[in-house]
Design a protein around this ligand. Structure first.
Ligand SMILES: Nc1ncnc2c1ncn2[C@@H]1O[C@H](COP(=O)(O)OP(=O)(O)OP(=O)(O)O)[C@@H](O)[C@H]1O
Ligand SMILES: [Zn+2]
Length: 730
């Protein structure tokens, strides 16, 4: 049956269905283009279910009007998502093959996603009217109203300021308002401390980079490759200052654990404009206000982690992605976007520069820079007279290790403390020991629900699975052979802390890992507690990121052997990045730095290359290997992951998916495989890797394939997801 078309709103909802939903406008309202980008509350699903969605279009529907429901409420008078941002979000949905509604929900801060009103970040205040100014100039009766009026003639005042300046001011304000001499108003938020700290004189390399940035216009991707401590942040600050001077805003992305109050403080102190922060340590309300401040142009700069890439800018001028190689830019669930890649997409649509900065750029970015697609700026030397740290490899084969530490490493720490300086002892493993083994029969404690060993914690009194969180008490005797010779094998940060405390009883000792930094700003407090005197920091990769501790002169790396033999094709790149970053914490100021690297594999080619040629040599070699093997950045990957209660269900789905994959020239669907961790939290896991020499045919195949997957019966028995450009093949 045909129906007369009726005007409808196309609404994107945060549900896992790749389509919009049509709704009638509320009674009496006409759907027009001004609806696009506004949030609406709509009935959805059974009963009185409701959802908050975003209007993504207006049109007509020829469906039975009786089947169409009206929108319950329009939540925004002005579009929340529009222009370039909405376009970039549509691009995101297309590229990652994710439903637009889910992408839009991912892009909105939690409060707005939940349908809350856009917070008003201005403050309620009072101002004098022109009549009030005349009255204040004329002689008149003394009293509180006059006192208040005189204050307001000097400047508009916020209500909270009036509370302190003129307690009990409200009756006086009412009296002025009745006579038309003053009235309520809204004020811009209190300006941040606008005193600016001095910029250091730029090094020639920094000055050259800044000049190159000034010389560019429009969309310009820039890779700023600068060794650790070379002053990349200083270059960002100059570029941001230029951008602000031109009346524009800058959006700065930093890695998840890089956004310390110290880092923010550096931006705030130098730029002299309100700098908004956006990260997971803030409340929903704080995040929403930061978003609004940037969207409405009140903040000049926003510094934020991954999801800040979706913040709207009123006057876009510059995007910066600091530590662009960092793994935290990739979202690992839901919409699996890469914030660095989206920053490039946004900059291109906005026609503005985007700076990617790193001492250890990702091979993807490096490849783009080397092939001329990005402007490649280099800072080869440390700033401020610091020299690069000396690196020593300690061969610990056949040497006795006490709690994982060699005598030479301990000597180096002792010498550092004796000089009154600070040492960082690095081990990328938290807990007491990575595994509990039976010295007699070789049994080891495994998680019952995962294919993984349980980590020993609390000095040996507890076992915790780092993959599913399961906890257990260690057995008294070996469950297999009843031997009492159960021993924690290897060392994590907890064990190192204990051993170092015993060896250096007087020294300040601070452990920094996920356990000790759960609280907000715990990291900053830990680093501060180290003070200026001699001391030891023990910790995981949390310490590898952008910290600047002038007294830190020794970095002791306790074994990286786990990383040398991983099957993941990115393992070498990641290990080299981690080593360079952590080594880069040593000797950043005037004191010379030293790095000691304890290993059982001193002859491993990766270490040799790294020592002699640094990161550029490792990267060049890795790029050549990737080209030969057909891996990114010379190929494009997508990974279909599935998990279910049984392995059979996973297999059935992946086999059917494999058979259904549309043939395309240059695109290959590899045979389904168990995931590297085939069982996790009691669920079987498998995956199917797609690779292609070109992007377009891969995406064309995916577009054809996904509807087939959704229709498969076997898909109902599994949880599956597609990851475009996966960074981890697990
Ligand atoms: N031109 C300069 N003159 C003097 N000191 C400088 C200069 N530029 C930067 N510095 C100082 O050098 C140190 C390192 O700078 P910055 O933190 O910007 O380096 P970075 O390249 O971002 O480091 P990393 O990548 O290792 O985190 C800081 O203490 C900074 O204040
Ligand atoms: Zn587990």
């Amino acid at each position: 049956m045909d129906f007369r078309p009726v005007p409808v709103l196309h609404v994107a909802l945060p549900v896992p269905l790749p389509r919009d939903f049509d709704y009638l406008p509320p009674a009496g309202a006409l759907p027009g283009p001004d609806w696009v980008g506004c949030r609406v509350r709509v009935p959805f699903g059974r009963g009185d279910g409701e959802q908050v969605g975003v209007v993504v279009g207006v049109g007509e529907s020829g469906a039975d009007p009786a089947s169409l429901k009206p929108v319950l409420a329009r939540l925004d008078a002005q579009p929340l998502l529009q222009g370039e941002l909405l376009e970039s979000l549509r691009w995101t949905a297309g590229y990652y093959h994710a439903p637009l509604g889910e992408v839009l929900a991912t892009a909105l801060p939690g409060l707005l996603r939940a349908g809350q009103p856009v917070p008003d970040t201005r403050r309620a205040g009072w101002r004098a009217t022109p009549a009030g100014r005349d009255a204040a100039a004329a002689p008149g009766r003394k009293g509180r109203p006059r006192e208040l009026l005189q204050l307001l003639c000097e400047q508009d005042l916020a209500e909270d300021e009036l509370d302190t300046r003129l307690p009990g001011w409200r009756p006086a304000a009412r009296s002025l308002a009745e006579r038309g001499l003053a009235g309520p108003t809204t004020l811009e938020p209190a300006a941040a401390p606008l005193a600016r700290s001095e910029a250091p004189t730029l090094t020639p390399a920094q000055a050259e980079a800044v000049a190159a940035l000034r010389g560019s216009s429009g969309f310009q991707p820039v890779l700023l490759e600068g060794v650790t401590g070379s002053g990349k942040t200083e270059v960002y600050l100059q570029a941001i200052a230029d951008c602000l001077a031109a009346g524009r805003q800058a959006l700065v992305l930093v890695p998840e654990i890089g956004l310390t109050p110290q880092a923010l403080g550096r931006f705030r102190a130098r730029l002299g404009v309100p700098v908004a922060a956006f990260h997971s340590g803030l409340s929903d309300g704080e995040r929403a206000r930061a978003w609004v401040d940037l969207a409405e142009g009140r903040a000049g700069v926003l510094v934020g982690t991954r999801s800040a890439v979706f913040c709207p800018m009123a006057r876009p001028g510059l995007l910066v992605v600091d530590e662009e190689h960092d793994g935290s830019y990739k979202q690992q669930d839901g919409v699996r976007y890469h914030a660095r890649d989206l920053a490039l997409v946004r900059a291109s649509k906005l026609g503005i520069p985007v700076i990617l900065g790193s001492a250890t750029p990702s091979l993807e970015s490096l490849h783009n820079a080397l092939s001329g697609r990005y402007l490649h700026l280099r800072l080869g030397q440390r700033a401020g007279g610091a020299s690069p740290p000396r690196v020593r490899v300690l061969d610990v084969r056949k040497r006795p290790l006490a709690d994982g530490l060699s005598g030479e490493l301990l000597d180096a720490v002792a010498a550092c403390l004796a000089r009154g300086e600070q040492a960082l002892v690095f081990k990328n493993r938290r807990g007491y020991a990575p595994v509990l083994i039976c010295h007699d029969c070789g049994w080891s404690a495994h998680c019952r629900r995962c294919d993984a060993a349980m980590t020993v914690h609390a000095g040996g009194r507890r076992l915790i699975c780092h993959h599913c969180g399961a906890r257990a008490t260690p057995p008294d005797a070996c469950p297999d052979c009843a031997s009492l010779a159960l021993q924690p094998q290897g060392a994590g940060t907890e064990r190192l802390e204990k051993a170092l405390a015993a060896r250096f009883p007087g020294a300040t000792l601070v452990r920094v890992d996920r356990e000790t930094t759960r609280r907000r700003d715990a990291l900053g407090q830990h680093l501060a507690s180290l003070g200026d005197g001699p001391g030891i920091l023990v910790g995981t990769q949390i310490l590898a990121k952008g910290h600047d501790l002038p007294r830190l002169t020794l970095v002791a790396v306790v074994g990286v052997d786990e990383g040398l033999f991983s099957a993941d094709f990115r393992a070498g790149e990641k290990l080299a990045q981690l080593l360079i970053q952590v080594a880069g914490r040593a000797g950043r100021s005037t004191l010379p730095g030293e790095v000691v690297l304890q290993t059982h594999h001193p002859d491993h080619p990766l270490l040799g290359t790294l020592l002699h040629g640094g990161y550029p040599a490792v990267a060049a070699l890795a790029l050549a290997e990737r080209e030969a093997a057909g891996f990114p950045p010379y190929a494009y990957l997508a990974l279909l992951r599935a998990e279910a209660g049984t392995e059979a269900a996973v297999q059935a789905f992946l086999q059917e998916a494999h058979a259904a994959f549309p043939a395309r020239e240059g695109v290959r669907a590899n045979a389904p495989m168990p995931a590297p961790m085939a069982r996790r939290a009691g669920r079987a896991r498998g995956q199917l890797l797609l690779d292609a020499s070109q992007r377009p045919p891969l995406h064309a195949a995916l577009r054809e394939w996904l509807p087939l997957l959704r229709a498969m019966r076997s898909a109902r028995k599994v949880r599956w997801s597609l990851d475009v450009d996966p960074t981890d093949l697990y």
